[in-house]
Design a protein around this ligand. Structure first.
Ligand SMILES: Nc1nc2c(ncn2[C@@H]2O[C@H](COP(=O)(O)OP(=O)(O)OP(=O)(O)O)[C@@H](O)[C@H]2O)c(=O)[nH]1
Ligand SMILES: [Mg+2]
Length: 345
């Protein structure tokens, strides 16, 4: 028999792993019942430290994640691991390689591992990932590591608002240059040169340090991202990495930036949900005969231009500029965008 949202909520808080797994699957399937459980769980979340792990493909993120998790387990701290792979259609287990690597951890009740692929994207992969972070947080995991496969836009979005974002590279291959291109330098709180058993590691560390020093906008009080050498295969440097994460957390708390981070996280989370909802509402409006179809017909007949048609859809969705404050704002935003476009011409 299917658990009610209330059962799931209760079982999850009691530490029932199967309830957690079931709720995550419901989230991935955009099951409306998941919403109710999430609503109840929200006030129990906020205690975990969220660590994002991104960087070059094959640099050793998964291996490092496992090592880090083991390190935390040795300290008796519980760990949640979420592997996000937008290119993978699979969920639940995702990549076999990762599964094998993570197997030794998965028998440990203090560790909860979940992979998420594009199938978990019914309500948007970022939205689902945030939900899963919140579930594991409410589930009581002390540290939640979110590993992304690759470093594309979606991947960056899901780790950007972690409390601590780790960017992993490896010696050689001009990885550091690529990292900058992907805008990854800005989001890293800690940089790791993994595979330091290979040639060129000290050079890679020095190059990265130099790049970070020339990063604009760094003042005296700001956090200075450290560059750490690791060999994930042997565990070398993992203690240092854990220390750096702890130092970053302490910095966030002492400087008051933790609250700012939380606000940013909440805002980003809300925006991701709204993006999905508003675009869905817009799509629905376009499918409605009198609204979308009519407008599109008029566009085809060259009676109305696409921007003015969008104006009407915005008005339909949010109300006329004067009828409600929301509609007014939406119209204002639209007009601002529009006039800006014209200025540039
Ligand atoms: N020599 C060496 N190999 C490593 C080290 N860490 C990981 N590897 C190997 O590098 C390969 C890739 O490691 P993963 O942990 O899968 O890397 P990843 O960054 O998670 O890869 P993707 O998720 O596919 O982007 C594996 O064959 C690892 O065994 C290391 O410190 N030294
Ligand atoms: Mg991986």
């Amino acid at each position: 028999m299917k658990d009610s949202p209330n059962d799931l909520y209760r079982k999850l808080l009691e530490g029932d792993r199967r309830a957690a797994a079931r709720l995550i699957t419901m989230v991935e399937n955009a099951d409306p019942q998941a919403r109710q459980a999430l609503e109840m769980l929200h006030r129990h979340s906020g205690g975990g430290h969220i660590v994002g792990m991104t960087g070059s493909p094959g640099s050793g993120k998964s291996t490092l994640t496992c090592r880090l998790a083991r390190h935390y387990r040795d300290e008796d701290r519980t760990v949640g691991i979420i592997c996000v792979d937008p290119s993978s259609p699979f969920t639940g287990g995702a990549l076999l390689g990762d599964r094998v690597r993570m197997q030794e951890l998965s028998g440990d009740p203090g560790v909860f591992i979940r992979s998420m692929g594009s199938r978990g994207a019914l309500g948007g992969l970022s939205v689902a990932t945030n939900d899963v972070i919140n579930i594991l947080d409410a589930f009581g995991k002390d540290v939640i590591i979110v590993e992304t496969v690759g470093a594309g836009q979606v991947e960056i979005e899901v780790v950007k608002y972690a409390h601590t974002c780790i960017v992993v590279t490896m010696p050689g291959g001009g990885d550091e240059i690529q990292a900058i291109k992907a805008g990854i330098l800005e989001i890293g709180d800690i940089f790791v040169v993994n595979k330091s058993d290979r040639d060129g590691a000290p050079r890679a560390v020095a190059d990265l340090e130099m790049m970070l020093e020339t990063k604009p906008g760094i003042d005296e009080e700001a956090w200075k991202p450290p560059v750490i050498s690791t060999v994930a295969l042997s565990g070398e440097g993992v203690g240092e990495l854990a220390d750096a994460i702890a130092a970053h957390r302490a910095f966030l708390v002492q400087s008051g930036l933790m609250e700012e981070k939380t606000v940013q996280r909440m805002k980003a989370e809300l925006l991701e949900i709204l993006k999905v909802r508003v675009s869905r509402a817009a799509e629905n409006a376009l499918d409605e005969d009198e609204v979308g179809a009519g407008l599109i017909g008029r566009m085809s007949a060259r009676e109305i231009d696409p921007h003015s048609a969008a104006d009407e859809i915005v008005e339909y969705l949010f109300g006329a500029p004067d009828s409600n404050p929301g509609g007014h704002q939406a119209a204002q935003v639209w007009k601002a965008d529009n006039s800006q476009g014209r200025d540039n011409e």
